[in-house]
Write a protein that binds this ligand. Structure first.
Ligand code: ZN
Ligand code: ZN
Length: 368
């Protein structure tokens, strides 16, 4: 699997005139070699020349965490006190153009540029994103499993099985975080619990606000679960509940949101440009007069990262292809008053869009 991915990367490198691919911190690394670097200051680097052997350069003390795959890469370790940049420069050889991981520390890039003044740099995502975007059947299955896990959690919230009133957002978020792990993820990526006016902030950080009766509460949760090759794949879902019957304005707003999210998913057929999916969801909200309150793109790709390509956004003319996986998550945010978002992860298939999240899309009314 990893060898095939590297072969495909090399084809893309040849097409783009890239001589060497340099991957460090970030999701490209596990995608191509099964190893995830700790986001620390010591250098880790997968060096993929267009021809020749692939090397994984890791700090000596991290070597026990590496699952060796001699058919994919040779392991090179360096010890504290040695110069890892010199090791990488040796492996880069006479390359003229290097594609570097988008999340590589700027410090490593500066040091590489100093050590190889004639080397020019481009973003690795130009090579890697087109490959990572198209999920194979095993990857889609991994996304479905992760999606089903977060479905079970928010289904319990919708059913009123998680007490809310009188608890802080942070307390509820901690409980949901534990459940994300209990449901089979190995990492919690985010747990947004946003009550009342806090839901008007799309990426609200759950805090000390005590959830009250008669309020809306937004839940946006996701984690990472092991998939093919033990590489992690992400879940991401948003649902809203209202404690007690919602006031008319909120019910109206949520109805618009629900129609918008449905319109986005229905539009997401193979061959449709990503920006058309954004437009389909946005039109419903615009037409209802809430356009100014929909302050972000309609969606983002999902896979090894919770946010990856393709973005469902105005200006992205990329046509959806079989295997693309992405969120459809319109939101309406009225500052200081309330907000709501509705999000599924969705896969593009030859038979049409298939949502990875299947639980009820309506505004659940709970007792609290
Ligand atoms: Zn989300
Ligand atoms: Zn999302």
């Amino acid at each position: 699997m990893f060898s095939q991915r590297i072969d495909r990367a090399r084809e893309a490198m040849a097409d783009r005139g890239v001589d060497v691919l340099l991957l460090s911190v970030g999701a490209d690394l596990p995608y191509f070699c099964g190893y995830e670097a700790m986001p620390l200051e010591r250098l880790t680097m997968l060096v993929v020349p267009r021809d020749g052997d692939v090397h994984l350069v890791v700090p000596h003390l991290e070597a026990p965490r590496v699952v060796e795959r001699p058919e994919v890469f040779d392991l090179v370790t360096w010890r504290d006190g040695e110069d890892p940049i010199a090791r990488v420069v040796d492996l880069v050889g006479g390359a003229a153009t290097a594609a570097v991981g988008d999340q590589m520390w700027a410090g490593f890039l500066v040091d590489l540029g100093t050590a190889c003044p004639t080397l020019s740099f481009t973003r690795a995502s130009e090579v890697t994103a087109p490959l990572r975007m198209v999920k194979d059947a095993d990857e889609v299955e991994a996304l479905r499993r992760a999606g089903a896990a977060v479905d079970r959690i928010l289904a319990d919230v919708q059913a009123g099985q998680v007490p809310l009133v009188g608890r802080t957002e942070a307390d509820v978020a901690a409980q949901i975080g534990r459940r994300i792990l209990d449901e089979g993820h190995h990492r919690i990526n985010f747990v947004i619990v946003a009550s009342g006016p806090n839901a008007a902030s799309p990426h609200h950080e759950p805090g000390g606000r005590v959830i009250g009766d008669g309020e809306g509460v937004l839940f946006d949760i996701g984690g990472t679960m092991a998939g093919p090759g033990d590489v992690g794949y992400c879940s991401d879902i948003t649902r809203c509940v209202h404690i007690g019957p919602p006031p008319e304005g909120f019910a109206e707003l949520y109805g618009v949101l629900h129609a918008s999210q449905t319109a986005g998913v229905v539009e997401a057929t193979v061959g449709t440009p990503c920006e058309d999916v954004d437009a389909a969801a946005r039109r419903v909200i615009d037409d209802a007069g809430h356009g100014e309150h929909f302050v972000h793109r309609t969606g983002h790709g999902i896979g090894v990262e919770a946010h990856e390509h393709p973005n469902i956004v105005a200006g992205n003319e990329l046509p959806l292809a079989v295997g693309h996986a992405f969120s459809v998550d319109p939101g309406i945010y009225v500052p200081g008053v309330w907000g709501a978002r509705l999000e599924d992860s969705v896969g593009a298939t030859a038979d049409g869009p298939v949502a990875m999240n299947q639980i009820d899309h309506g505004l659940a009314v709970v007792d609290g």
